[in-house]
Design a protein around this ligand. Sequence first.
Ligand code: NAD
Length: 315
Amino acid sequence: MSKKVIVTAAVHPFLLATLEQKGFEICFEPTITYDQLRVQISDAIGLIVTTRLSIDAKIIDNAKALKWIGRLGSGMELIDTDLAQSKGILCVSSPEGNCTSVGEHSLGLLLNLMHRIHSAYGEIKMGQWVRDANRGDELTGKKVGIIGFGHTGTAFAKVLTGFGVEIIAHDIYPRALGWQQFPHVKMVQLETIQQEAEVISLHLPLTPLTTHFANAHFFEQLKQNIQIPTTPTKFNTNNLFYKIHLPFYNLIKNFVAEKTKDTVFFDSVLFTVLLFTYPLFIISLFFILNIFHLPTTIILVILVSLPIMGKRVQE
Ligand SMILES: NC(=O)c1ccc[n+]([C@@H]2O[C@H](COP(=O)([O-])OP(=O)(O)OC[C@H]3O[C@@H](n4cnc5c(N)ncnc54)[C@H](O)[C@@H]3O)[C@@H](O)[C@H]2O)c1
């Protein structure tokens, strides 16, 4: 029986030493490409991956001897786990490994956002000192909502201790990680977070339930302007930044969403097309009818600008 294990990323020497000790034959390939892996996987018994390569049906179908896939870190989004498990391949992640790091990273993103560090840095590099627009907002005293209270969500709650914030959290399986260990966190419904939080941090895996989780509807339910740092590995934010009301936009978007299940790229194309074609259509109509005079021009301007006056949902 094959003993070959392909390691597709730089790993701690302890992992390699332990695998060797257990009699595995290591193929250490931290720069292996997708196509190379597709060939080399045919006789491997084990596979160690990060998020660098997508372990999809083409790889799994070629993995005739594969018995297990080990994922360094959290999130199985880039592995076709359903197919793997149907073929008897065990898929195991190690979320404890980097959750503290992700918690700290989330805090870094949040402070960066609230104190405009990144944007101000870019401006300063270009010789601009924009004082007022870059005035920061304090995290202290804010109400922070955490959606998904698993490994990274709880790690984020831990690093927030000391900032004097009130933390509310939502999870569909709230008892999964023993949230009793977090007496300073109040478990609430999603709606409470949407209505009360001033900061929202998403720590969800990508599943059929969370696809397009942060869509226009999600933002419409928010009662105030909020700050959102995000860390998910693969997370669809449908209309994350703006929802602009254009005629037929929602109608066409919903139709395509149902057919393709993916609107992220389509959204931007549709938005651009409608943004330009609608005013052009109205102007051409008035030219054709040859009725350009003052009242008509005023109506024309209103008609053209109304749909473009979008509702800004989140910045
Ligand atoms: N960017 C990074 O470096 C990095 C690192 C680690 C994890 N991640 C991402 O973060 C995701 C979460 O990681 P984790 O280790 O915290 O996973 P986890 O499984 O420990 O926690 C996820 C939590 O989300 C909850 N959940 C699932 N669907 C939900 C829904 N619809 N509503 C509310 N709660 C829901 C689950 O019950 C679970 O408690 C990963 O899937 C990965 O995409 C990113």
